[in-house]
Structures are given as structure tokens and as C-alpha cells.
Design a binder for this molecule. Sequence first.
Ligand code: AMP
Length: 542
Amino acid sequence: MQGQMMDYQLTLTPLLERARRLFPKKEIVTKSGPGLERFTYEQMTERVARLANALDKLGVKRGDRVATFAWNNARHLELYFAVPCMGAVLHPLNLRLPADQLTYIIAHANDEILFIDPSLLPVVEKLAPLLKSVRHFVVMGDKVPEATTLSPVHAYEDLLSASSSNYPWPNLNENDAAAMCYTSGTTGNPKGVVYSHRSIYLHSLGLSMTDSFGLSERDVFMPVVPMFHVLAWGTPFATVMLGSKLVFPGPHLQPRDLAELIQAEKVTLTAGVPTLWLGLLSLLDKEYYDLTTLRGMIVGGAAAPQFMIEGFKQKHNVEVIHAWGMTEMSPLGTVSHLKSYQRDLPEAERFAIRAKQGMPVPGVEVRAIDESGKEIPWDGKAFGELQVRGPWIVSSYYNDERSAECFMDGWFRTGDVVTIDTEGFVQIVDRTKDLVKSGGEWISSQDLENAIMGHPKVLEAAVIAIPHPKWQERPLACVVPKPDYKETITKAEIFEHLRERFSKMYLPDDIVFIEAVPKTSVGKFDKKVLRVQYKDYQLPEM
Ligand code: AMP
């Protein structure tokens, strides 16, 4: 017997229409230089229709790729809806990638139209002769600077004002491609992930669940995570669906900019990688901002250190919502909320649980597989590679021979090594390549980093494996002191702090003080760079 419910296509168009009908007065605010630019949802949805008409005129057809090279702002949001709803494919480019990777990605995706933030024109002008697939460039502003070498080139606002505000949105199939992103931080060329209307629709519902991010119309949401990093973790789609007020920081990502914006626009929820929030926590020790409206801060992309979760809660009454995910997963996988009966545990235990990556959200299934191919028990001790499946998880990479090795019996292999405890909380031990393999044991570089960053004189720490004649590999800790302690910090006090938490074999063999931990294009610690820098480092005899 078949179910007798409508075969309703899960596409983004009705979500846009919902926003237009129900929330015309809600605001979209962008920080642009010293000022703030404001649009209402009514203006936004009208501009989205004009943009779709303009794209038609530029010859964009169903399935064509339209790329963006832009910061988080309102025009970028308009592209997020105009492109997929007209049946084309939105492709936000990571603007921190080196030139060779950008040209590879643009050619691989066959991007035909490229929208560019005016401040980023010089980067694209240098690349332009290599971008054979691009037919039109569009500057996301009022005018095209006279001196630009790009051609043919248009001004965003000219395109909009010359186009009608009525667009006959086509009926799309829910499995049509809506957007694509390339993975970052992998070895070799980045891999393309193509999201469908259906996957984004379901993922938007996933983000809105109370037990995940609990997004709602009442939220004033500020995505700090770049719109090119897994579509700002899918949050623009979910928040427009719900009618939340949106606050975009543009290129202004310093802790002081963010604190001012939260205060001025009464932000209730924000999202980004831990390095950003470590900076903000440090600033708040010195300067006062009224952050009383802020209910939460979604932290993911890299592990949220426990001291940071504690610091925000205890000093500023802000909940860190710790989440784990991947480009291949749209990205939501797990979220670390306490279960009701865990709320009675002592405070330290509660924070330790929330520093884990959390439980899989409804819609995502997890398992972990050991080296012999067997599923590990959920005992919080056994290690294995995390594998996932669900409706918003990649089923293959875009035109890429490397797809096959990334799947096992219909599950996606994440490459993250984890434990899963008896309550079902996943804890990332490390990326496979970041584990320090010492003798027969595995040392988690992530555990050490989090403990070192919990020291009051430390700003950042990255732990890498150094080849060792006897043990195969041993850990070296690269530590960035807080500016006030640069002169006074000692290795001895860091070791003292670690000895309270780790047995001897898990301690780093040495500590070096550095100016800054190199960062990847999405703001995570880039340990590849440190590994190259310290490849011949002589560890002291232990
Ligand atoms: P990306 O595709 O750039 O978002 O990177 C995904 C990878 O980031 C994951 O496979 C993890 O290794 C790492 N990651 C994401 N979130 C977390 C987290 N909360 N804790 C630890 N690692 C994380």
C-alpha cells in the first residue's frame, strides 16, 4: 500500500515566496564601511525577481553555474535566492584561496557569470585572462570602476534597475542542483559538492529544530561564517524561510567590529569558527559591550575549546552551541546540547559534555568503523572513522574520480577519527592525518591544543607530529602567547598545566612559542604549514 500524500517538490521558491508574503517588514542589515545598509524583505524579494530577469538577459539557462566572489552582504543573499529559484546553480567561491586553486575551481565548475564584491576586483582582474568559462563579470555595486580591465562587465544596480520586478519562477524538480561548494583544506585539488533544492530545504528544517540551532523568526541572526564556506552553513536559507532579521558583517570581521554590531543591532544568534570567538572572548576581558541580547553562538568548523564554552557562559551568559559538520554534509551533522537528565550533573562535567561534538541531529545517521572494518561500540573509548548518511549528505563528488574511495556501503567516510559514548555523543579525536602516532598509541593533537589554550597566558596552540627514531612520532606544541604575556610566558608553566591533565606519554616533547598559528582559507588552524616549517625540528632527548 502506498502513502497518499502530495508529491510536493521541496524547492527553494516557496520559501522565498513565504518570506515575501509573511515578513515584508523584516530587515536585512549589512555593515558597509562606517555605515549600515538596510533593506526590508519586501525590497529584497523584489530585487531577487529583478536579478533573475537580469540573469535571463545575460543568457543564464537552467543548470548554468553562476559564481560569486563576495563577502557576507545583502546582495550576496539576493544571489542565494535568484540563482537557484530560476533553475541555475549558485557557486560561491572561497575568496581566500590561492590563484591556482581558484582558476581550477572556476574551470572545473564551468562558471559562466561571476559576481564580484567591488573591494575584491583587483584579485579577479589578475585572474581574468585565465578564466575561459566566464562570459560576464558583474560588479556588486552601483557602478563599474572606469579603470577595470574586466570585460564584458556590468554594474549590479544597473542590471537591476533595467529589469522587471516580476519574474515567472519556473516549476523545478526538487533534485535539481541549487548550489555548489568546493571542499577546503584537502590535499590535492578541491572537490565539488552539489547541493539540491531538496537537500537545502530539508537541511533548513534541520537547522531550525529546537534541538539543533533552534532558529526562529524571533532571532536576529548574524552569520560570521563566510557565505562561501558551506553556504554560511546553510543559515541564509533557513533564516529567510523563517523570517529572521539578518545582520551581515561584510568584510568587517575583527572582534571589535563584531561586538559593536551585536550591540547595535541586538543580535540574538551568531555563527562562526572558534578562532573568531577566541578573539572576541579576549577583547571582552578588556572592553565592555552590551551583549545581553545574544542568546547563543554557533561554533563549528573546528573544535570549540572547553574553556571558551565556559568563558562565554560564566563571564557573559552566552551559550556556545557546539556543532560539527562538513562541506559534504550541507554541513550539519551533530550538535552538543545536554540531555534533560544531564542538566543535574556537576558543572565541570556539563561543560566537558558540551565540548564534545554532540549527538547526530534527526536526519543524520552516524557510525564509526575501526581499522578492521568493524563498527566500534558506543563506549566513549574505542576509536574509529566516523561515517554518516542522510538526505543532506553528498552521494558523490562533482566530476571527480576520487569519489569512490570516500564511500563505504552507502555511507560517507568523513575522515574524522571519533569515539561515541554511551549517550550517543560523538567526540572528534582528530582528523586522521593530525593524530600523533606514538609507539602503538594515538595521541590526540586536538585534546592537547584545547588544554594548552585553556592556560590563561595562551591565545592559540597547534600541536603537530614530529618524526621520532624510537616512537615513530612525538608531539610538538606551537604556542601563541596572549600579547600581554609575550615576554613572561615560560615552557615550564605550560608543562605544569598539562601535567595535571595528561600522563607523561601524552605530553608534548617540546614547546615552541610562535607569533600566530597559520590559518586555512576558512580560518581554521593550518597545520600543514607548521608541519613543513618544523619538519627538521630536533626534539630534545627525553
Ligand atoms: P569543512 O568541510 O571545511 O567544513 O571541514 C570539515 C571538517 O572540519 C570536519 O571533517 C572536521 O575535521 C572539522 N570540524 C568541523 N566541525 C568541527 C568541530 N566542531 N570539532 C572538530 N572538528 C570539526
